[in-house]
Design a protein around this ligand. Structure first.
Ligand code: MGD
Ligand code: MGD
Ligand code: SF4
Ligand code: MO
Length: 885
């Protein structure tokens, strides 16, 4: 593999973040939306348009290492193979486990799955998709007989009623959200179902802020209502579905009428009625759902409750009518296709599919495959904790942050004899537990395919040289396979070889029972693979037009069940199993913010992306702020049975009382104690095994701070300070930290440690608990510390950060530093638009000066005119103008 300079060429590739799967035109110097990609037609959200900022060499894992020592590839590969061989010899194949990720490319995923299940013969292969999509997968399988997403993105635009359940698409699937927004037309209705008001509610004609976990009741009630009002499609049910009567009876027993639903879901009767009426009136209905549905101890039931209503009305397989699971990760779907989940085998075959084990073994040219199913993520880590797993290979996921009960997960990792971690980033919370660290090629450095939420396979293409010793994941796995003596099965020259094999397996002895069939792509030449345009599956090839209409599945009413009929599933009223208690009275909801991706290993590097929400926070309803005597803008602690979360208190009228929301993103590289997974139980859905990540329980209290501070330091300076609370915010010009402490500090004494030397500028006002100091070297700013008793008295840091770029600090700037603001300027306020770095104070000011629309603000300040991710927030700052009818 040679390094070539690709920097000037534009390469068509796919965004590595969310499951929308946008096409990206990439260069080493920047990214823009691909006009020709069917998912986004040129659009990109803020994360996609900041991709190049995250491609820094900083923090990359560049060399293999074994037990803390850098080494070469052949040593590392032999160590991995040796550990696996020894474990299998001494404890059997089931002592080896793989924990994979929806962020692997399909080719990487296929090879890892093949090595584990086919050659090491361990069934214990699971993936972070367990935490993400497994309830949707299970609901699809129960209803359709296969993990099949019936609709396509166009349906979201064609629908006359768009129901968005448990999804904050405005922040989590921004480009799809923009498509939903752009397709608004008179009469089109949008219902958002979410306990809290989100940026997505911006689009809602009706927002149902239901009691968390009660979605099954709401949709059961809908089924009862549809039956009662004669809206069910008897014809469709007779011709294509089983299970209607039983499902209706089950629904009646828990949600007999609108009053019961309203009371159980804690919603006004009129709102429930309106939703049910709109559902009745609009045959073109799409229900898009995501983690508010999946991440629940009733996740599979919630999915089936939704699908039941679509089947009962025949709203499936038709333009603008479908239940639509929005997938999270860029290749959540590809992973499901190769069989990455513990209960699946390969190519949409389960262990218990008739003949599957034998068929896959013959195809792979191995004597037999693992006897599964294997353990699902939460059970798998329990087994690690019990010492049953001796070798755990983690690829492209950060379980020390993302699995519930993080402290217990960390203990399990510490206890496991051999932990192998393949990642692109050197310091992650999981990598700290690695015995063997393998440097993986990242986005832009490797080739392969991903499948998005609408079953569209797109190419990720390489446009950067491989840094250091980094190698693509498929290569690493294949080398280990060869070292284990399985060379012939893993003799791949490149991802095209793997893709062809995967495509061939999908069609192998497939008489039509497996809808996932891309055998039409099995004979692509290397050249054709290189140029493969986005392709929706199935892609069977063969006779002309075999797949015409594959944009949607089930158009002919035939499903993937044994008898070809869909199944309505009787769904009870399973509510969150662990309701709040006196000790832990608050419901903890966890989720995403607009500009960060998961555990921040990549997006945390972009100062621009971290500016929108720079610190872990807790959204608290105003009355709870009062009841718990919290200081808005101060710090508070959430304490659960498993751990603690410290975050900044945000007064959030969009929350329901008694419920708080915390972001999932912060890890221990970025803050001392801000992990959402310290607050959630490892309680799982009984069918899918997906953890209930949206319903933790905790107690809330003020974090008693004697002082609050901000520290800004030029890059790469040694750190000699300690604080009870800290959160790290890289800024373009410098590093910065939010800090706070429980006890009084003599700042005059301590300041040199914090600033890396004695300051030249100092201001102290002991009575106010105020301290400011700056260190200057060779005329340039080195470090600044600002301390205040009142956190809200600390100034915004944007102006101070800019002082780091000045070649020489003049007198006015020096005075300004002690006041912490430009003497003649003012602060931008909280960041709203990441692309053009525009804050809410600037927007307020422009509004006062007469810019009274999103467009006018865009003209005045440019905010919202690039990716559009901030438009819902800009709109919320504008005074509400009632439109003339
Ligand atoms: N910016 C950004 N985008 C992302 C990601 C990211 O990390 N950052 N990650 C990607 C991934 S992997 C995923 S899986 C998706 C997730 O995408 P989403 O599922 O849209 O995101 P979340 O914020 O996890 O949760 C969605 C909503 O569920 C609501 N919710 C909580 N409990 C309930 C309930 O009981 N019922 C209902 N109806 N709603 C409830 C929450 O209040 C929240 O607003 O996002 C993808 N896109
Ligand atoms: N409380 C709570 N917990 C949650 C959730 C929630 O809503 N609430 N959401 C859950 C969901 S839906 C998800 S998807 C998970 C996500 O959780 P994780 O999968 O743990 O999060 P990531 O930060 O995406 O981890 C991906 C890792 O892979 C590395 N990486 C990136 N590209 C590559 C590559 O090409 N090869 C290799 N080898 N490594 C690579 C990254 O540097 C990073 O360390 O979190 C889950 N946990
Ligand atoms: S919506 Fe944003 S994060 Fe998702 S694929 Fe498109 S550009 Fe990437
Ligand atoms: Mo996810």
């Amino acid at each position: 593999m040679t390094s070539t300079d690709h920097s000037s060429a534009t390469v068509k590739t796919t965004c590595p973040y969310c499951g929308v799967g946008c096409g990206v035109n990439a260069k080493a110097t920047g990214t823009e939306g691909d006009q020709t990609h069917p998912a986004n037609r040129g659009r990109l959200c803020v994360k996609g348009s900041a991709l190049h900022e995250t491609l820094t060499p900083e923090g990359r894992l560049l060399k293999p290492s074994v037990r803390g020592r850098d080494t070469d590839w052949s040593t590392a590969i032999n160590e991995v193979a040796g550990a696996i061989r020894e474990s299998v010899d001494q404890h059997g194949p089931g002592s080896v486990a793989f924990y994979l990720s929806g962020q692997l490319l399909t080719e990487d995923y296929y090879v890892a799955n093949k090595l584990a299940k086919g050659f090491i013969r361990t069934p214990h292969v699971d993936t972070n998709s367990r935490l993400c999509m497994s309830s949707a997968v299970a609901a699809h399988k129960r209803a359709f007989g296969g993990d099949l997403v019936p609709g396509c993105y166009e349906d979201l635009e064609l629908a006359d009623l768009l129901v968005i359940a448990g999804s904050n698409a405005a922040w989590a699937h921004p480009v799809l959200y923009q498509r939903m927004q752009a397709s608004a037309r008179p009469g089109r209705k949008v219902v958002v179902i979410d306990p809290r008001r989100t940026a997505t509610s911006d689009l809602a004609d009706l927002h149902l802020a239901l009691r968390p976990g009660t979605d099954t009741i709401l949709f059961n009630g809908l089924l009862v209502w549809l039956a009662h009002h004669g809206v069910v499609d008897k014809h469709y049910l007779d011709a294509h579905c089983d299970g209607y009567e039983d499902s209706l009876a089950a629904a009646r027993s828990v949600a007999p009428n609108v009053d019961a639903v309203a009371s159980l879901c804690d919603l006004p009767v009129e709102e429930v009625n309106r939703f049910y009426e709109w559902f009745s009136e609009h045959p073109r209905t799409v229900t898009a759902f995501s983690q508010g549905i999946n991440q629940s101890s009733a996740g599979t039931d919630k999915g089936n409750a939704i699908i039941n209503c679509h089947l009962a009305t025949g709203r499936i397989g038709k333009p603008g009518a479908a239940p639509f699971s929005l997938t999270g990760q860029p290749n959540a779907m590809g992973g499901r296709e190769v069989g990455g989940l513990a209960n699946t085998l390969a190519a949409h075959m389960d262990y218990d599919s008739p003949g599957a084990r034998d068929r896959v073994a013959r195809f792979w040219g191995t004597d037999s495959v693992a006897d599964g199913p294997g353990m699902k993520a939460v059970d798998l880590f329990d087994a690690v904790e019990r010492g049953e797993i001796k070798v755990l290979w983690i690829m492209a996921t950060n379980p020390a942050v993302s699995l519930p009960e993080t402290d217990r997960i960390r203990q399990a990792l510490a206890r496991c004899p051999t932990v192998i971690v393949s990642d692109c980033v050197r310091e992650t919370d999981t990598a700290r537990y690695a015995d063997i660290l393998l440097p993986a090629a990242g986005w832009g450095e490797k080739d392969g395919t991903v499948t998005n939420s609408e079953r569209c396979i797109s190419r990720q293409r390489r446009f950067l040289p491989l840094p250091g010793e980094a190698r693509p994941d498929w290569w690493i796995v294949s080398q280990v396979a060869r070292a284990l003596g399985h060379g012939p099965g893993f003799d791949y020259q490149g991802p095209a070889d793997i893709f062809r094999e995967h495509a061939r397996l999908s069609g192998f002895e497939n008489d039509g029972a497996r809808f996932f069939n891309i055998s039409g792509l099995a004979n692509l030449t290397d050249w054709q693979y290189e140029r493969l345009a986005p392709t929706q599956w199935p892609a069977r090839g063969g006779e002309p037009d075999a797949d015409a209409g594959a944009q949607r599945l089930f158009t002919d009413g035939r499903f993937a069940t044994g008898n070809g009929r869909a199944r309505l599933i009787p769904v009870g009223s399973r509510l969150p199993v662990r309701p709040p208690t006196e000790v832990f009275p608050l419901v903890v909801n966890t989720g995403r913010i607009r500009d960060q991706w998961h555990t921040m290993t990549r997006t945390g590097r972009s100062g621009r992306l971290l500016a929108h929400r720079p610190e872990p926070f807790i959204d608290v309803h105003p009355e709870d702020v009062r009841a718990y005597q919290l200081m808005p803008g101060g710090l508070a602690t959430l304490t659960s049975a498993h751990g603690q979360f410290i975050g900044r208190v945000r007064v959030a009228p969009e929350q329901r009382r008694g419920e708080v929301f915390v972001p999932i993103h912060w890890n221990r590289q970025f803050t001392g104690q801000g992990l959402a997974t310290a607050l959630t139980d490892s309680l799982v859905d009984p069918v899918s095994g997906q953890p209930e990540a949206k319903h933790g329980r905790a107690a809330l209290a003020e974090w008693p701070a004697r002082w609050h501070g901000r520290l800004l330091v030029r890059r790469d300076r040694p750190r000699r300070w300690q604080a009870d609370y800290w959160a790290h915010q890289p800024i373009a010009q410098c590093e910065s930290w939010f800090v706070a402490g429980h006890s009084t500090v003599d700042w005059a004494e301590a300041v040199a440690d914090w600033l890396g030397g004695a300051p030249q500028l100092v201001m102290q006002d002991a009575r106010e608990g105020r301290f400011r100091a700056a260190r200057i070297r060779n005329g340039q700013l080195e470090a600044v510390l600002m301390v205040d008793r009142d956190p809200n008295a600390l100034p915004a840091m944007d102006w101070v950060a800019e002082c780091f770029s000045l070649p020489e600090l003049d007198e006015a700037t020096r005075r300004g530093l002690l006041a912490a603001r430009a003497l003649d300027g003012d602060d931008m306020g909280n960041l709203v638009c990441s692309c053009f770095q525009v804050g809410d104070r600037q927007i307020q000011k422009a509004i006062e000066q007469g810019a009274n629309s999103v467009e006018a603000l865009g003209q005045a300040l440019r905010c919202g005119t690039n990716c559009g991710s901030c438009l819902p927030e800009i709109r919320s700052l504008l005074p509400v103008i009632t439109e003339a009818v």
